[in-house]
Design a protein around this ligand. Structure first.
Ligand code: MG
Length: 376
């Protein structure tokens, strides 16, 4: 399946308090919208993300990367429709429509919806009602309702793309959610298990609960990497993806980018998944002279496929020469580009070893790196 997530963030909800609509308010270290986007960006089966916003909120989205931002309409239905229309010329065949306020959505819930979509044209998470239900028009209980067969609906609600687009085009009136619009168009919607933690952040109390949940869900992994390459004949070295003229070159099976190898191994280390030599054996001739970004991209992809984001990396190059300082900015930019990270999450620094040892005798360059991976 080629799946897009449409995050509906055009609402004006301020019941949570504060001056801003809730999606732009902070829960812990990030805004509601950032948590929600991260949940879908980190999912290996989501290929595209559409964020539907109120046109008045355009100033809030300037720093969002890898997200197609679309203006919403007067109603939620119209906003979803705009998000669907934005995908009309893409190759998407299924969509997950999600309320931005459900920032604590887990990979498990998303997975259940995706599996549901292999069995039905619509699938959505819900929780069976377990509390007794009363009705009242004032302060006193006036009666009860049966809870048999009742569910509390959640999002993401998943559909085959062309059918839900068609359903939205044909829909005439306001609907409770996309499941109602789908059902009006004759699409059967399979109920999959939701989760109590997939709450819709609405009140100040919800913000406090979401903060606890998001903090508790955070799975942080550290890894380290170490590498050495010896000097040999040559007129340049490649360090952290940057070519630097030098009186000697580094020897190795690949391009001998010792810094990039250390960072790559740090990521494999955080995943507890071996090292660069296991994934790309030196005995395999296809890696001879290979640019090392192949290895780093593989490690980043592996992290992503397991639901991890790289939070930061820190790499220290140990050598007397060449001088790293004048090149560190270009190295950080190149490494950030390869890993699709902001530059301020990538540190490349250097030290000499006071002329001691093999690096001090200029026999080779060593690199040590740390990577932090976070699962949300
Ligand atoms: Mg190496």
């Amino acid at each position: 399946m080629n799946t897009a997530a449409i995050i509906v963030a055009a609402g004006r909800g301020t019941r949570a308090g504060g001056d801003l609509p809730k999606q732009w308010q902070f829960v812990g270290s990030k805004r509601v919208v950032d948590w929600t986007l991260a949940a879908f960006k980190g999912h290996p089966e989501i290929n595209q993300i559409v964020l539907v916003i109120n046109p008045d909120d355009v100033d809030h989205v300037v720093e969002l990367k890898g997200v197609l931002v679309v203006n919403g309409g007067e109603t939620r239905d119209q906003s979803v429709k705009n998000g669907l229309l934005a995908l009309e010329h893409s190759s998407v065949d299924s969509v997950l429509i999600h309320d931005v306020a459900r920032a604590c959505v887990s990979k498990d819930v998303v997975d259940r919806v995706l599996i549901g979509l292999t069995k039905a044209k619509g699938a959505a998470p819900a929780i069976r009602v377990s509390d007794a239900l009363w009705f009242s028009n004032a302060d006193f209980v006036e009666g009860t309702r049966t809870r048999d067969g009742l569910y509390r609906a959640q999002t993401p609600q998943g559909f085959h793309y062309s059918e839900i687009l068609d359903a939205h085009k044909r829909s005439t009136g306001p609907a409770a959610d996309d499941v109602e619009i789908a059902r009006q168009a004759g699409i059967d919607v399979l109920i999959v298990d939701g989760h109590e933690d997939n709450l819709k952040i609405t009140t100040p109390e919800d913000f406090a609960r979401a903060e606890k949940l998001l903090r508790g869900h955070m799975d942080i992994r550290l890894g380290n990497g170490y590498d050495v390459h010896r000097f040999g004949e040559g007129d340049h070295v490649i360090l952290c993806g940057v070519r630097i003229d030098h009186s000697r070159g580094l020897q190795g099976h690949s391009d001998a980018d010792v810094g990039m190898h250390a960072v790559t191994d740090a990521i494999y280390g955080a995943l507890a998944d071996g090292d660069i030599g296991q994934h790309f054996p030196p005995s395999d001739p296809q890696w001879k002279g290979a640019p090392s970004d192949i290895f780093l991209k593989h490690a980043v992809g592996l992290a992503c496929s397991r639901g991890f984001q790289i939070s930061n990396i820190d790499c220290t190059l140990v050598c007397e020469y060449p001088k790293i300082g004048p090149n560190s900015k270009a190295m950080r930019s190149r490494m950030a580009e390869i890993m699709s990270l902001e530059v301020d999450r990538v540190s490349i620094k250097a030290t000499t070893s006071e002329r001691l040892g093999f690096t001090g005798r200029e026999e080779g360059i060593a690199a040590i790196a740390t990577a932090t991976l976070v699962k949300i």
